[in-house]
Write a protein that binds this ligand. Structure first.
Ligand SMILES: [Ca+2]
Length: 365
């Protein structure tokens, strides 16, 4: 009696630990926390009400909502259109990286140059966005996945529509910023790349062009999941340094400043819409006195002091009329100097550039 009760307890413990430690026993769909992710359906979990999954497209493909297919079809080079599918529960391609769905495409006997993409709208020009996605590549041992992800800063629609999926012109947009390539098989690996929109759109692109040389029949599988596109800051919160501190893009005649309580308010105009930042440093009258002759051992501290520009928080909203407040003026004494540099970043045809104007020396009254 006692033995059978013990056995019963033991079985319960075994069952419990199986449920606890089976890695993919019953994964719940990922929480749809946005965390600033502006990619639509980046984790492929949005289900079409009609199919309770992906959308069907000819010839017999399943595609995640809000995404397009693209491919290069070159039968003479044995580069063919892959099959697109949803990584549904219970299929050979289970489990996805997160939740119940991921986008997969695959091919037997021929390789492919193909992927999916999404044009993301309503973005802020000339601030960096990071695009990341997880990829898992399969094939014969020795297969090179050649998978990567890209961001086109021009936001190009790279195919015509859901019917014509050939990459327009057979070429990716020329300014596309590519991640490093995945180099290993059968492992979920996070790829990432960064770009600044030249307008208000970015195109997020996944790419695979696997290859295999060997005795076996070639087969390729590319799995994608958990894409995200997130606005990220510039390093140290500072705009990239301009090539000139005397840019005519900043109208020097428009520069105005005024002391207002604890703040120094600055304003200026630019010839086109651009973002807004000020770099500054303060010098007390005591610091400006001529230093005594110094030995070479003082060289390093002097250099470090030369680059102690503080930066105001970047205002990324494009405008031609800029204004910035620098706090902390009440702690300065009359006669102290504030050295100021004005910066505005804006798009040109093929890149974002920072315009700079300075130094402007302002003396506290
Ligand atoms: Ca997923």
């Amino acid at each position: 009696m006692k033995t059978s009760r013990l056995r019963y307890v033991w079985i319960l413990v075994m069952l419990g630990s199986l449920l606890l430690f089976q890695p993919n026993a019953n994964p719940a769909p990922a929480v749809q926390a946005n965390n600033g992710n502006v990619l639509v359906n980046g984790d492929f979990e949005v289900e079409d009400p009609a199919t309770h999954g992906f959308i069907w497209f000819p010839p017999n493909h399943f595609l995640a909502l809000n995404w397009y297919r693209w491919w290069v079809n070159m039968p003479a080079a044995n580069t063919m259109i892959p099959e697109y599918d949803d990584m549904r529960p219970g299929t050979l391609r289970w489990p996805p990286y997160s939740g119940w769905h991921a986008q997969v495409y695959f091919k037997w006997g021929a390789n492919y140059q193909a992927g999916i993409y999404q044009v993301v709208e309503n973005l802020t020009p000339c601030v960096p966005y990071e695009f990341s996605m997880y990829v898992n590549s399969h094939g014969n041992a020795g297969t090179v996945p050649h998978t990567r992800i890209g961001l086109d800063p021009q936001g190009t629609q790279i195919t015509r529509d859901h019917v014509y999926n050939d990459l327009i012109g057979g070429q990716m947009p020329p300014l596309t910023a590519w991640s490093a390539e995945q180099t290993i098989l059968t492992t979920w690996e996070r790829l990432a790349t960064t770009a600044e929109p030249l307008g208000t759109r970015l195109t997020a692109i996944t790419y695979a062009n696997p290859s295999y040389t060997g005795d076996q029949d070639a087969w390729y599988d590319t799995w994608w999941d958990n894409g995200a596109l997130v606005q990220v800051g510039f390093p140290n919160g500072k705009l990239p340094e301009p090539t000139s501190w005397n840019s005519s893009y900043i109208n020097s005649a428009s520069v105005q400043y005024t002391f207002d309580g604890d703040n120094l308010r600055l304003s200026w105009n630019t010839t086109g819409p651009a973002s807004t930042q000020v770099w500054y440093q303060t010098m007390s009258t005591a610091q400006i006195t001529t230093p005594p002759p110094m030995s070479h051992t003082m060289f390093l501290p002097l250099i470090m002091r030369a680059d102690i520009w503080q930066a105001t928080a970047l205002n990324p909203t494009p405008t031609t009329s800029h204004s910035v407040s620098i706090p902390g003026m009440q702690s300065l004494q009359s006669g102290d100097k504030i050295i100021v540099r004005l910066l505005s970043r804006h798009p040109t045809a093929d890149a974002c550039v920072t315009e700079g104007y300075g130094n402007i020396e302002i003396v506290k009254p």
